[in-house]
Design a protein around this ligand. Structure first.
Ligand code: ADP
Ligand code: MG
Length: 363
């Protein structure tokens, strides 16, 4: 598969502050790539460099094999959608959509065709004669996407396009953006701090911290095999349970020991040798701890006490006390417990994560 956008050794400093640090990233043709990270980690800065709105301090950017590092934004073959819709308030939706094409002196029949197609894809045909003030937030954001759509661009850049919308609209538009990508098959680079948007939309997620990409992978690999403690803690809600302890050997099998309690690591798929004495952090997601009758026959069991439960309809989230830790465990919504109930737990080590406590890298 060919590369659509290639970022080579990109650095950007704002004065003495280094925001992007020697960043490398290849985005495939037709790929939906999500840049995920908390506020201030450099996502918008990276996107603005790709768009040509910011000049990098060092490094190069290629779009479709062309070095665009010094090209004007309009010559890069990109369309950008921002968090704030910034529509022209005095113009109708139709005029907003066609504005860029009119400036570029596109023939009127061509404009009509492109606007009609964008309106159809985004289901805003009934709104074409309205002005932005007569639209809801979601409709305005659809028009903003439409403005990028009418231009024949190779790459769409989205900077948190849904964060100004309420939760319900956000999930609706999320599905529409995914549908749009399936229909257009353009390369899309999408910035968000929302892990759900990242997991649901992305072909690959690049998860960033302080201007450095921590892991670039398929969403399910990021979720199931995080490369380091930061990625493990960033993705998942509630967060992965982290238990601090040490590696040891018991009857020749590696075990994880915390507060005097040992967990067999026989089922753990390690990437590095599990050396006894190493200080480690065991990470287990709430849905990977089985309770009572859900425990596999013959599996190692641990006693725990229910502290609190949070029923959420489809799921029930239990907070349990075990070996000096508080653990969150996700079970089916119909299974209910009371504070003080004694339960047995089974940890599925085949999907757990172990990190070196010092380097914070996956073992
Ligand atoms: N024009 C600027 N001048 C100085 N610092 C900036 C400027 N723009 C952004 N920054 C800083 O760069 C860092 C990354 O910003 P940004 O890329 O907007 O983060 P994100 O989009 O991930 O929230 C932040 O610490 C921010 O304060
Ligand atoms: Mg930003």
């Amino acid at each position: 598969m060919s590369i659509s956008v290639s970022i080579k050794d990109l650095s950007l400093d704002f004065g003495a502050v280094s925001v992007l640090k020697n960043l490398n990233l290849d985005i495939k043709d037709g790929e939906f790539l999500v840049l995920l990270g908390s506020s201030g980690c450099g996502k918008s800065t990276l996107l603005n460099c790709i768009a040509g709105l910011l000049e990098p301090t060092d490094g190069q950017i290629f779009i479709k094999d062309k070095n665009v590092t010094w090209e004007e934004p309009k010559d890069r073959g990109i369309g950008m959608v921002f968090q704030s819709y910034a529509l022209y308030p005095q113009m109708t939706v139709e005029k907003n959509l066609s504005f860029g094409l009119r400036v570029a002196k596109t023939p009127p029949e061509k404009i009509k065709e492109k606007v009609a197609r964008a309106a159809e894809i985004l289901q805003i045909e009934p709104l074409l004669k309205r002005k932005p003030a007569e639209l809801s937030g979601g409709q305005r954001q659809r028009v903003a996407i439409g403005r990028a759509l009418v231009r024949d661009v190779d790459v769409f850049l989205f900077d948190e396009p849904l964060s100004n919308l309420d939760a319900k609209l956000r999930s609706e538009l999320r599905v529409e953006i995914k549908r749009l990508h399936h229909a257009l098959k353009n390369t899309m680079i999408y910035v968000t701090h929302d892990q759900i948007e990242a997991l649901t939309l992305a072909d690959r997620i690049a998860i960033m911290k302080s201007g450095v990409i921590q892991q670039l992978d398929d969403p399910m690999v990021i979720y199931n095999r995080p490369k380091n403690l930061f990625v493990a803690g960033f993705i998942g809600s509630p967060s992965m349970n982290f238990l601090h302890g040490e590696l040891a050997l018991r009857d020749g099998t590696p075990v994880f020991v915390t507060n005097g309690v040992a967990f067999s690591l026989a089922g753990y798929r390690s990437e590095k040798p599990l050396l006894p004495g190493t200080k480690v952090v065991l990470g287990v997601r709430p849905e990977h701890i089985a309770v009572d009758e859900d425990i596999e026959p013959g599996a190692e069991m641990h006693e725990a006490v229910v502290d609190i439960e949070e029923p959420m309809g489809a799921d029930n989230l239990l907070w349990l006390k075990h070996a000096g830790h508080v653990l969150s465990v996700r079970i089916g919504g119909t299974r209910r417990f009371s504070p003080g109930n004694q339960v047995r737990l089974g940890f599925d080590m085949s999907v757990a994560s172990l990190f070196d406590a010092t380097s914070e890298e996956r073992l």
